[in-house]
Design a protein around this ligand. Structure first.
Ligand SMILES: [Mg+2]
Length: 169
């Protein structure tokens, strides 16, 4: 199977070619290494030279510094997201946001054409949500976003209940 060099994204989960699921925690000490964690065992290590196969699974050339995640370097998901923004920077993560939105668009269109799988939509929604969280970190506007969200949902509630009342008459 063809294998190509691959840069994983922090916060995303990848299937290992030999089995097991691994979350990318952050970039490693050199440009070609990444901190990866086996999500079931907690085994965390630096993976050097990650490659992705045609079927979307990954592996790495070798790994160093493995430990069981007892130290809990990453206490929460928001730490991972903050670190992702720090590691990759605004430009790269905004690109990723755009890319993930188009992947969700494609998954929805596939579904509409009867070709889609529900699992794809679920995964793409999760990807978009993860990137949205990072956008709020980058643009430092979580409060403003939440304000708009509350306001818009309140307005939507009025519209929906107006329509419902109208329909019942
Ligand atoms: Mg995606």
């Amino acid at each position: 199977m063809k294998r190509e060099n691959f840069d994983p994204y922090p916060g995303r989960i990848y299937e290992n070619n030999g089995g097991g699921q691994f979350i990318c925690i952050s970039g490693g000490d050199d440009p070609n290494s990444w901190i990866m964690k086996n999500i079931s065992s907690g085994w965390t290590f630096e993976a050097h030279g990650i490659g992705m196969y045609e079927d979307g699974t990954i592996d790495w050339n070798y790994s160093t510094g493995g430990y069981f995640d007892k130290m809990r370097k990453w206490e929460s998901q928001s730490e991972v997201l903050n670190e992702a923004v720090k590691t990759f920077g605004k430009e790269k993560q905004v690109d990723m946001m755009i890319e993930e939105m188009s992947e969700l668009t494609k998954a929805l269109l596939d579904e509409r054409r009867g070709r889609g799988m529900k699992i794809n939509i679920s995964e793409e929604i999760a990807d978009v949500q993860i990137m949205i969280e990072q956008m709020k970190i980058i643009f430092e506007n979580a409060d403003v976003v939440d304000g708009f969200r509350d306001e818009k949902i309140a307005r939507l509630a009025i519209r929906v209940s107006a329509l419902k009342t109208g329909g019942e008459e």
